[in-house]
Design a protein around this ligand. Sequence first.
Ligand SMILES: [Mn+2]
Length: 404
Amino acid sequence: MISFLILVVFVYSVCASKHSQKFLDNHDRPSNFIQSSIYGKNLEQNSLPDPVTLPPSYQSRDFDQEDAFGGIGTFAHLPFTECTNSANSGTFDIGIVGHPFDLGVSYRPGARFGPNGARQGARRLSSVGGLEYVTIDHGVNPFRNWATVTDCGDISNTPFDKLVAIQELEHGMKTINSMTPKNVSAADAVRLITIGGDHTITLPILRALHSTWGRVAVLHFDSHLDTWDPKQLGGGLTKHSEVNHGTMLHIAHEEGLLSNHSNMHLGSRCALFDEHYDIDNDIRCGFSIIRARELDKIGVDKVVKKVLDTVGDEYVYLSVDIDVLDPAFAPATGTIEPGGWTTRELLAIINGLSEAGLKIIGSDVVEFTPVYDNAAETTGIVVSQIIYEILQWMVKVPVKTPKA
Ligand SMILES: [Mn+2]
């Protein structure tokens, strides 16, 4: 029985190999097999010139900046400027600055990688495209308007000492902030959008901006309050422990950096340590609250109106903690709170404030921790889109300092 099977296999193999040899020799194949196919017809009628000649416009093409997936990873393929170097004073109006710092977190670490994560998320944005980069919602290309926008890179800071790092960030921001803008007829100070970094960085930023703008109304998009008295959150151990990503607005108030009554939290939905003390302290720090769930009742337009009624014509500093969004839209953050706003709602509110002409003097987008992002880069792309929306606002509303 076994020998019969071997014979069958042998005979089959011989036949099969003879058949394939015949096929390879092409004896049985119709001579017009390719020529009669649709591909053959195309080949005969439209053969490409050889070698292919590139059109003249390619000779001067900037390859680095035109391919969304190529080039060095600056924000939106912007040119890099060493913004702390006084030789570059007068060369830009708006700077994107990274603060790779995460020594102030209470839960998941990793926001020190946020600046470069946001730059990766921003590579589909471009400063050099044509009309296709005028978005349907804005009608202007913020990279090609009156303002020269640049990527200032990151402000380096030590990972070994929180208070020293915070001073380094403040010093870096002060230095950049002292530069003369390029378009002095539109604005008399440069404006900066900072990519965090954990939320602690808002404190050195507000310290650095104070000498230029005075007290500012902070619009604080965040699921948490971040005005916690250090007695409630982290304090009581050392000076280092008092300064963290949940106390920085309390400290900013104590230092006289904030508006007296016009600061607002938007999108709040956090747990409290003490329902009376924390809220009383928050009011004492000059804040009012629009809770995340209020949006469902009053809608985007009334949220915008409440902000306008509260802030008036004060200078506004915008601080966006990415955890204001629901984790469905921004999973990659350190201190997750489910039940947040959608990306569209947040962008619509920011757009409403910019349409109303609120005087924005600076901004940060913080708490993006790329290691928790997904393969689709959901959070990184959202962070870059929020920065793009803020950039639209700054371009739409040029602001003069109190000295002007
Ligand atoms: Mn925060």
